[in-house]
Design a protein around this ligand. Structure first.
Ligand code: PMP
Length: 383
């Protein structure tokens, strides 16, 4: 009998070691990883610079209170937020979005939050209340009030953004919601509506950020300049770290005592983040772009032509393969596991691929070949 709450649908695979983009389970079976631990270990499982940074930090000091000034925190904030935004460090994506909701309400003095169906922003009360997935809210009412949902990519949602609105939160590509791309012109219209209403535009880059789409942040693909950006997952490459980035002109919102958390900006997590950000250079991002181009070539020419596949969506190395209803994504994932490839699902029978950004083109192709094999036989079997 397990001593663990059954909150996760667990696969019977106990991963005990990782190297580059390969994982090993307790029986010695190895897997090619197309999950990055759900978009976290973008630099793989044995990146030298990140490992060295964390080991070196571990020999010095792991934690001090946020009451003391820290050059490491300044360094990471500078690398992450750039010249235009200030950073608030926390421990997860959920917490970053929780902070963003508080930030928007306090900055504007308004309470209404506009968010979108199908979105995912986390599981604490604020972040869950902003999330457009009813399944995760069952049994938890009452939720945080004054949250309004619009249809993603729909112009009808724009009229929800009015002079009562504190903030609008969205993912540029909805991840958990099925890897749904925001339409570039719609995203720009949301931004314009925010500007007209005096509402803050909050972009949740928890899954799309830190190089996943070939840019530091996915919003940089479009003509967007959000007031607030939230990040987590890839920023610590596996150590827990989240951050809310807010425009400098709103600095007064988060003054002394207004927001905080004991572990926010933990030194081991920041040491990892420094390693991540130092390597997230324009040439690294160009390399991700190049790999993504060859992956998308394969996706379009091969996988999209299979009878088991309805369509493919995503950006960069964030990919959704939408399966036909005759194929169950969970069966596909299990068959891929047996072949030695780890993948994810997302809403709407979607096979979600989030390979580490450092994976070679050779191994990316190897994984895609396995997916092709399984999807080819999936339809033959059901036919
Ligand atoms: N926002 C987005 C877009 C996410 O994908 C997730 C996690 N899947 C979260 C927020 C929540 O992040 P965390 O699990 O780190 O709290």
């Amino acid at each position: 009998m397990s001593n663990i709450f059954n909150t996760y649908n667990q696969y019977p695979i106990d991963i005990v070691a990782g190297h580059d983009w390969h994982l090993t389970d307790k029986n010695g079976q190895t897997y090619l990883d197309f999950t990055s631990g759900i978009g976290v270990c973008n630099f793989g499982y044995s990146n030298e610079q990140i490992t060295d940074n964390v080991f070196e930090q571990a020999t010095k000091i792991w934690h001090t209170s946020n009451l003391y000034q820290s050059q490491l925190t300044e360094d990471v904030a500078g690398l992450l937020a750039g010249p235009y935004k200030l950073a608030f460090f926390c421990n997860s994506g959920t917490e970053a979005n929780e902070a963003a909701m508080k930030f928007a309400r306090k900055t504007t003095g308004r309470s209404k939050m506009v968010t979108f169906h199908n979105s995912f922003h986390g599981r604490t009360y604020g972040a869950m209340s902003l999330t457009g997935n009813g399944a995760i809210k069952v049994g938890y009412a009452p939720l945080v009030p004054d949250v309004t949902f619009g249809d993603y990519n729909s112009n009808s949602a724009l009229s929800l953004i009015d002079d009562q609105t504190a903030g609008v939160i969205l993912e540029v590509v909805q991840g958990e919601g099925g890897v749904i791309n925001g339409k570039p012109d719609w995203l720009t219209k949301v931004q314009t509506a925010c500007h007209q209403a005096g509402a803050l535009l909050i972009i949740d880059e928890v899954q799309t950020g830190i190089g996943r789409t070939g840019k530091k942040f996915a919003y940089q693909h479009y003509n967007l300049n959000p007031d607030v950006v939230t990040v987590a997952k890839g920023i610590g490459n596996g150590l827990p770290l989240g951050a809310m980035l807010g425009k400098k002109k709103f600095a007064a919102t988060f003054g002394p005592g207004s927001q905080g958390t004991t572990f926010g900006g933990n030194k081991l997590s920041l040491a990892a983040a420094k390693g991540v950000l130092q390597q997230l250079t324009p040439s690294f991002l160009a390399m991700v772009d190049e790999k993504a181009a060859s992956v998308w070539n394969y996706l379009n020419e091969t996988i999209d032509t299979l009878p088991a596949v309805e369509s493919i969506s995503g950006l960069g190395l964030m990919i959704g393969v939408h399966l036909s209803p005759v194929v169950d994504v969970n069966d596909v994932i299990t068959q891929l596991q047996a072949k030695g490839l780890l993948t994810l699902s997302a809403k709407y029978n979607t096979l979600r691929l989030l390979p580490p950004l450092v994976m070679t083109e050779h191994d990316l192709k190897k994984g895609l070949d396995m997916i092709t094999d399984v999807l080819e036989s999936a339809v033959t079997t059901t036919a």
